[in-house]
Design a protein around this ligand. Structure first.
Ligand code: AR6
Length: 178
């Protein structure tokens, strides 16, 4: 397949729990017990039932993802993606790409039309931001070229400096941002 991707990607700066999508991805830990950062925000907004549901699916190794309903969040689903705790680029880059790909695969399996991703592993897991941005974009673009679901992917950056990295790279590869 060679699907278009240029009009299926959005970039926003803000809180991922506020996005108008069918599924939100959280940057989880392998135990799926919640935590700080984006995972803390997602669990707070979804309510205490989320941790009960996610814990039941643990362990989730780095590079993999699990899905639950979204409870009190306005989305249908939460996809719990586990990125690598950064040590070195050679070994951790494939794991980060796999966390994105696993999330997209789950979205396709559940026929989810739109998904928002945070910048997985770039907070307390310390993956370098520029390299993580490249991996996130190229993994998503490759997926969109090969698959018609999800129809739309939103990169949700919490920090405007991250959004600038994404904007520059997305424009370079011909993505039309609104
Ligand atoms: N919406 C979108 N992005 C956010 C939000 C939010 N509300 N809050 C923070 N970010 P991190 P990791 C961004 O640390 O590095 C947790 O404790 C933040 O700016 O959340 O994968 C988990 O339970 C950064 O760019 O995730 C794990 O134990 C990005 O989210 C561990 O942290 C990822 O930062 C996972 O670490």
């Amino acid at each position: 397949m060679n699907q278009s991707f240029e009009n299926r990607i959005d970039l926003v700066v803000g809180d991922i729990t506020q996005q108008n999508v069918h599924a939100v991805v959280t940057a989880a830990n392998s135990q799926l017990i919640g935590g700080g950062g984006v995972d803390g925000a997602v669990h707070r907004a979804a309510g205490p039932e989320l941790v009960q549901a996610s814990k039941a699916l643990a362990p989730c190794p780095p590079g993999d993802a699990k899905i639950t309903t979204a409870f009190e969040l306005p989305m249908d689903y939460v996809i719990h993606a586990v990125g690598p705790i950064f040590k070195d680029l050679d070994s951790d880059s494939p794991t980060l790409a796999s966390a994105y790909r696993s999330s997209l695969q789950i979205a396709r399996e559940h026929r989810i039309a739109s998904v928002a991703f945070p910048c997985i592993s770039t907070g307390v897991y310390h993956f370098p931001k520029q390299e993580a941005c490249e991996i996130a974009i190229m993994t998503v673009v490759h997926w969109l070229k090969e698959n018609d679901l999800p129809e739309r992917v939103v990169f949700c950056c919490f920090e405007s400096s991250d959004a600038e990295l994404y904007r520059k790279r997305l424009e370079e590869i011909g993505v039309r941002l609104s």
